[in-house]
Design a protein around this ligand. Structure first.
Ligand SMILES: O=P(O)(O)OC[C@H]1O[C@](O)(COP(=O)(O)O)[C@@H](O)[C@@H]1O
Ligand SMILES: [Mg+2]
Ligand SMILES: [Mg+2]
Length: 334
């Protein structure tokens, strides 16, 4: 039997090999990993743990919060207040940033998360997850503010996601490839199960919420029509379609067998480009996908190059197999 490698062992090994993961960052990632185990535990209890259904509140984007959105947010806040080397956190579920109380000197990292991704799937027992992103706090920061988080995705030092599905997995990058850990539920340990994941450059599978088709802009209409035209159309091959409605699960499929995921901006709310959030969803996923050899754009530019202006900023997303992301991006330029 091959030797089991834990998350901690893997991070220490990466640190030795590449000297890129300072021990403070390693500890931070381990704390996030521990929080994901607790969330996985809560998710797994379902109706028995009284965690299903609505929390009866709304988040800053006006979305109804599910109980698990709130519980997962609390778990991440509590774990990281104590464990990490953090100055502040920001979450999809909180209006503004959360400073680490009573911490002097200030921690050197900033953490952002979507505590529970795919909320509409919670009550129907379909895969959901957690997405996170880590930035370095700017030099000379005295009191963390939202402004300190306004760094493009290229500045991320780590990003990852957990999927709470038939298996609980944690996918992570620190800029040295993408690695996947599976939760050993009996031992409560993250065990390395895939090293250096690579996304195939070509694909025959796409993911988009087709119920919005009538609102799409012409480049997306054209691209989806071409894929649907199949082998006799301009792309000369038949495509299959999947839509899980949990970005984590759709991205995890793409990481494993290729595909293109799209959540475009559309004609309904021109001041809200798309549904997904730059800081908690698009940037960490774009970092992971690029590290796996894929591509991620908003149709016009690389997601990681976007200069954020607001904490809860939305962005159009096209990500996955490189050649297809490049194709749909080129349609936006024509
Ligand atoms: O409701 P739709 O259009 O299918 O949207 C699904 C998308 O919304 C999301 O659920 C948004 O994330 P949250 O659940 O964190 O709000 C994505 O995970 C998913 O890709
Ligand atoms: Mg989400
Ligand atoms: Mg969410």
């Amino acid at each position: 039997m091959s030797k089991r490698v834990s998350l901690t062992q893997h991070l220490i090994e990466q640190q030795r090999l590449h000297n890129k993961i300072p021990s403070e960052l390693r500890l931070l990632i381990e704390v996030v990993g521990r929080a994901c185990k607790s969330i996985s535990h809560a998710v797994g209890k379902g109706a028995l743990g009284e965690v299903l259904g609505s929390a009866g509140s709304e988040n800053v984007q006006g979305e109804v919060q599910k109980k698990l959105d709130v519980i997962s947010n609390e778990i991440l806040l509590e774990a990281n207040e104590w464990g990490g080397h953090l100055a502040a956190m920001a979450s999809e579920e909180m209006e503004t940033i959360h400073r680490i109380p009573n911490r002097y000197p200030l921690g050197e990292y900033l953490l952002m998360f979507d505590p529970l991704d795919g909320s509409s799937n919670i009550d129907v027992n379909v895969s959901i997850g957690t997405i996170f992103s880590v930035l370095k706090a700017p030099e000379g920061m005295t009191e963390p503010s939202e402004k300190d988080f306004m760094q493009p995705g290229t500045k991320q030092v780590a990003a990852g996601y957990a999927v709470y599905g038939p298996q609980t997995v944690l996918v992570l990058t620190t800029g040295d490839g993408v690695h996947c850990f599976t939760l050993d539920r009996e031992m409560g340990a993250w065990v390395l199960t895939q090293r250096d994941i690579k996304i195939p450059e070509d694909t025959k599978e796409f993911a988009i919420n087709a119920s919005n088709a009538r609102h799409w802009f012409p480049p997306v209409q054209r691209y989806v029509n071409e894929m649907q035209a199949g082998v006799t159309g301009p792309l000369k091959k038949d495509f299959n379609m999947r839509w899980i409605a949990s970005m984590v699960a759709d991205v995890h499929r793409i990481l494993n067998r290729g595909g293109i995921f799209m959540y475009p901006a559309d004609a309904r709310e021109p001041d809200k480009p798309g549904k997904l959030r730059l800081m908690y969803e698009a940037n960490p996923m774009a970092f992971i996908v690029e590290q796996a050899g894929g591509a991620a754009t908003n149709g016009k530019q690389r997601i990681l190059d976007i200069q954020p202006e607001k904490l809860h900023q939305r962005v159009a997303v096209f990500l996955g197999s490189k050649n297809e992301v490049e194709r749909v991006t080129s349609y936006h330029q024509e």
